[in-house]
Design a protein around this ligand. Sequence first.
Ligand SMILES: Nc1nc2c(c(=O)[nH]1)N(C=O)[C@@H](CNc1ccc(C(=O)N[C@@H](CCC(=O)O)C(=O)O)cc1)CN2
Ligand SMILES: Nc1nc2c(ncn2[C@@H]2O[C@H](COP(=O)(O)OP(=O)(O)OP(=O)(O)O)[C@@H](O)[C@H]2O)c(=O)[nH]1
Ligand SMILES: [Mg+2]
Length: 445
Amino acid sequence: MHPHDQTIFALSSGRPPSAIAIVRLSGVGAGPALQTLTGKLPPPRLATRALLRDDRGDPIDDAVVLWFPGPASATGEDVAELHVHGSRAVITTLVSLLSAMPQMRAADRGEFTRRAFENGKIDLTEAEGLDDLIHADTDRQRRQALRQLKGLLGDKARSWRDQIIQAAALIEAGIDFADEGDVPAELIAPALAWIRQLLAEIEEVLAAQGRAERLRDGLTVVIAGPPNAGKSTLMNQLARREVAIVSPHAGTTRDLIEVALDLDGYPVTVIDTAGIRQTDDPVEQEGVRRARDRAAQADLVLWLTEDDQAELERQTDGPIWFVRNKIDLMITEQSGAISVSPESPVFAISARSGAGMSDLLEALVGFARDYFGSTEHGLITRERQRTLLSETAAALRRSIAVVDLGEELAAEELRIAALALGRLLGRVDVEDLLDVIFREFCIGK
Ligand SMILES: Nc1nc2c(c(=O)[nH]1)N(C=O)[C@@H](CNc1ccc(C(=O)N[C@@H](CCC(=O)O)C(=O)O)cc1)CN2
Ligand SMILES: Nc1nc2c(ncn2[C@@H]2O[C@H](COP(=O)(O)OP(=O)(O)OP(=O)(O)O)[C@@H](O)[C@H]2O)c(=O)[nH]1
Ligand SMILES: [Mg+2]
């Protein structure tokens, strides 16, 4: 990769004011900058206390500094960190001093990670994992991101790619021999068996998916039902704060109101909607339209009613749970889960008093757990990864299908498969394929 001649810096910690702020630098100018600010280069990889001074020698702040000489650093180039007091003034002063240094500029979004990638410290799937980790809101999201950051998918993809290249080399060797009128079927058969096995492995990973991808955005639960049923009250109960307006007036909620919940580590977005009814009010009509729309896309609908005769037009093909609210107004009603039919359970709650809420919450956690169930072993977390892995599998399938028509055709499909995996990793170079062929199979040719 091309060398980076500019040094980048950024405030790597959150917004000031904060207890401590970290200004990070990466590039050839990181060492000189650290030296300019502190008077000398600290020992590598050890937290060192230092007084930072400006260009006139005036103190800026009492700091802790870190020095990671490249290429062993996280970005693959010299890295310096300044841990200062997180005030706007300290940061502004530092930033203006750094900006004035030669070949030094503020980093773009994700540029440290990008450099780590370009310097070969991490592959693209690991970079994606890092991005997910930084955006993780819940524990399950954190675990999934960390697995990817640790290279679980990347290592698999690298291993598949290497094996495909070697299988291709076997087939290529067959072609080479064929030039001399000697077709060694014993080279093709093991290569095919190998490819079939790789295909099975990749298909297994593809099949085990679907929901790991959803773990990034969470699943959506829509609260729907007739006006005044207590949907917004339930919403506020689930959110544990007053996110939606509650009133005795039917038709209070018009907009969709979303709140992100962490249900036992699973990300769940709950959406409160307008009460569904016939109305002449154009604003309410629009609210009802949005409510229907959102319910139709939901992973789960909680259909809330005040009584049991409320007619339900089916809003979704997905699961619906019937929740009877305001049981505090009834004398004989029991609370909690009153039907155990797993497809459409019935709950009885009082959103106002909280009766029956723990059963409902527990069921929601169970729903999320079932929904995301297999993600603990999921490797694919993004559409990009799925697409490239599907392309790989398709090319492997084609290579098996066309091998009887000609080894060249099969080898070409294998090259396409390896290329797709190369893209997955962010490294596409055909040199690898050539290297293996020349090194292992074409002796003396
Ligand atoms: N202060 C601070 N905290 C941090 C980071 C950081 O960069 N700075 N990290 C930001 O990512 C994470 C920790 N990850 C890190 C990953 C690699 C290296 C690093 O420089 N590694 C080199 C040398 C370390 C060694 O030799 O042990 C390496 O991997 O070769 C540092 C932090 C989270 N916490
Ligand atoms: N007694 C009792 N009243 C409730 C309960 N839940 C909600 N209410 C009351 O019912 C009225 C309507 O509640 P909301 O939460 O605004 O109902 P909604 O379904 O959001 O209504 P729209 O937004 O108009 O569709 C309010 O006066 C609430 O205080 C409950 O469990 N028990
Ligand atoms: Mg409402």
